[in-house]
Design a protein around this ligand. Structure first.
Ligand SMILES: [Zn+2]
Length: 492
C-alpha cells in the first residue's frame, strides 16, 4: 500500500461489522481497502469525509453464478421453459452475436447488478458456436469499465444437448433428427487454445477482473475436455465452474452415460478441487455432498432460477452440514428474469423452510448473508472480500435507514435479509470508489445502453428467426423426452 494514497473516512453510518453485529463506527478507507474501524464519527485530520448519517452499511453482495449474455436475452425464455428446453433454444437466444454484442450484454448485466447491490460476480459467458479472444476480452473490458469485480469464465462445451442426453435424438422424427445430429460444436482443443490465448493477453488489470474457466455442464463436455479444463485451471491459477446436478434429468443421464453420479464421475476424472464450484446442485446426494466437501469444492445456490425452470430446491442444509463451501447466485437475466442478489439472499433463507421441516434445519438470516457475501467471494477466489473488517475490500452498500424496510428498526440483519429488495439502496462503493449514487450508475451510460440494447435485440431476433422456429419445434419433444426419462428412472 502506498503511504501517500488518499484516505477517506465514512462516518455516521450503522455498520455491519465482521458480518456479525451492527455498530455505529466510522470506516477509514485507503487504496480500495478498509484500513481501520473507528468508534464514533471522529477520524484522523485531513482525510476526505463521506457523511453516511442515516445509512445502514453492509458489505457488497457477491453473485456466485451468473451469465452476462443473459441480459440481452431478457424476456426470451418462455413461461413453460425447463432447463433442457432452454438449452435447446440457446442458439436462437445467443446466436449471431458479435464481440460488441457480448460487451453490450455484459455492460447491461453489470449495470443491473450494481443497481441491485452486487459488487462482484462469477460470470459464465457464452459465445456461439465457440469462444473468441475478442469476445472474452469484450466481457472483461465491460466489467472493468463498470468498476465491478468479476471472474470472467468463458462457458464452453464440445457436445450439443442432442449429443449430451443419451436417447434424445432418437425421440425426433428422422428428418429433424438428421438436422439436429448435424449440429456440432468446435473441437475442444481449439476452444481451450482460444481461452488460453485470451487469458495470456488479458486486456485489463487482474486486481478486479480475472479470467476463469466454465465447462458448461459435465454431460455437455467430453471427459478429455473436462480433464483438460481442470489442468488449465491448475496450471494458470483459475477458478473453474460448471452447472452441477441442476436438474433431475442431468443425474438420470449421468447414470446412463457414466454409471454413477455426476459428482463421482468428476471426482474420478480429478476435476474436483478447491478451485471447483458447481452451480445449482439441486439434485446432489449426501455422498456427493461429502465428496465435494472432502475436496474443498463449492456449490452456488441459485434459488430463483431453480424455481423459474422448475428444477427443484437445492438441499442447502445438507450441503452446509457436510461442510461444502456455499455461495449464492442469481443466474442470468434470461432464466431468472433479473439479477437481484437481495432476492436470492431472501430465497436462500425462506426456501429452506418451504417443506415445513424442523426449524432447527432452517437456513438462518446470518448464514444466508454470509453465503451471499464472503461465501460467494471464496468461490470467486477473492481474498478478504465480503466482510467489513480491517484489511478487507471497501466494497460497500449504503441503505437508507428512513426507507420503510427499516422503520421502525429493531433487528437490522433480519430486516435486511427478509425485507430488502434493493429499494433502499442509495450508494454502492467498489474498491473504495462510488459506482452508484443519486439513482445513477456512475461508471456506465445507462441511457445509451438502453438504446443500444433495443437495437441489438431487434437485429439479433431477426437474424435468429430460423433457429428460433426450429428450437420451438424441438422444445415439445425435448420436454416430453426428459419428463419420460425421469419418470421411468423413478419407477426403476
Ligand atoms: Zn447458469
Amino acid at each position: 500500500m502506498s503511504m501517500n494514497a488518499p484516505r477517506t473516512l465514512i462516518s455516521g453510518g450503522l455498520v455491519l461489522v465482521d458480518n456479525a453485529r451492527f455498530a455505529p463506527v466510522s470506516l477509514l478507507i485507503q487504496d480500495g481497502r478498509i484500513t481501520e474501524l473507528v468508534d464514533g464519527d471522529d477520524g484522523p485530520e485531513g482525510v476526505q469525509v463521506i457523511d453516511a448519517t442515516g445509512r445502514i452499511i453492509i458489505p457488497g453482495l457477491v453473485n456466485g453464478h451468473t451469465h452476462s449474455h443473459g441480459a440481452l436475452g431478457r424476456g426470451g425464455v418462455p413461461d413453460d421453459a425447463t432447463l433442457e428446453t432452454f438449452l435447446a433454444g440457446s442458439p436462437a437466444l445467443n446466436g449471431q452475436r458479435s464481440a460488441d454484442d457480448l460487451r453490450l450484454s455484459a455492460e447491461l448485466s453489470a449495470a443491473e447488478m450494481i443497481r441491485k447491490g452486487c459488487t462482484a460476480c462469477f460470470d459464465l459467458s457464452v459465445e456461439l458456436p465457440g469462444p473468441s479472444v475478442a469476445g472474452i476480452h469484450a466481457v472483461a473490458e465491460a466489467y472493468h469499465a463498470a468498476g465491478m469485480r468479476a471472474v470472467v469464465a468463458p462457458m464452453i462445451s464440445d457436445r450439443t444437448i442432442y449429443q449430451a442426453l443419451p436417447g434424445l435424438l432418437a425421440a425426433f422424427p428422422p428428418d429433424t433428427r438428421s438436422a439436429l445430429a448435424a449440429m456440432t460444436l468446435p473441437p475442444w482443443r481449439e476452444t481451450l487454445a482460444i481461452c488460453k490465448a485470451a487469458f495470456d493477453a488479458w486486456p485489463v488489470p487482474m486486481d478486479r477482473v480475472r479470467p476463469g474457466i466454465g465447462p458448461a455442464i459435465p454431460l455437455h463436455c467430453s471427459d478429455d475436455f473436462l480433464t483438460a479444463c481442470a489442468q488449465l485451471a491448475e496450471a494458470s491459477d483459475l477458478r473453474l465452474q460448471t452447472h452441477l446436478a441442476e436438474t433431475r434429468m442431468q443425474q438420470v443421464a449421468a447414470m446412463q452415460r457414466y454409471g454413477t453420479t455426476l459428482t463421482a464421475h468428476l471426482d474420478s476424472l480429478g476435476v474436483l478441487s478447491a478451485r471447483f464450484s458447481g452451480a445449482h446442485g439441486v439434485w446432489l446426494s449426501a455422498d456427493e455432498a461429502a465428496c465435494l466437501a472432502g475436496q474443498g469444492a463449492g456449490i452456488v445456490h441459485n434459488p430463483l432460477s431453480n424455481l423459474r425452470l422448475g428444477s427443484g430446491t437445492a438441499p442447502l442444509r445438507a450441503l452446509a452440514d457436510a461442510g461444502v463451501t456455499l455461495g449464492v447466485g442469481t443466474d442470468a437475466s434470461n432464466t431468472s428474469d433479473g439479477q437481484n442478489m437481495f432476492e436470492a439472499l431472501r430465497l436462500a433463507c425462506t426456501l429452506s423452510r418451504a417443506k415445513a421441516d424442523d426449524p432447527g434445519t432452517w437456513i438462518t438470516a446470518l448464514e444466508a448473508f454470509r453465503m451471499a457475501t464472503e461465501g460467494s467471494a471464496r468461490i470467486l477466489g477473492l481474498t478478504r472480500v465480503g466482510r467489513i473488517a480491517p484489511g478487507w475490500a471497501a466494497d460497500l452498500l449504503f441503505l437508507d435507514r428512513d426507507y420503510c424496510h427499516y422503520v421502525p428498526l429493531r433487528d437490522v440483519l433480519t430486516q435486511v435479509v427478509f425485507a430488502e429488495n434493493g429499494a433502499a439502496l442509495r450508494e454502492v462503493m467498489i474498491a473504495g470508489r462510488m459506482v452508484f449514487s443519486d439513482n445513477r450508475v456512475l461508471t456506465l451510460d445507462e441511457a445509451a445502453l438502453a438504446s443500444r440494447a433495443r437495437a441489438a435485440a431487434a437485429w439479433l431476433d431477426a437474424a435468429n428467426t430460423e433457429t428460433r422456429v426450429m428450437a420451438e419445434a424441438a422444445a415439445t419433444i425435448v420436454r416430453s423426452f426428459c419428463h419420460a426419462a425421469c419418470t421411468s428412472a423413478s419407477r426403476s
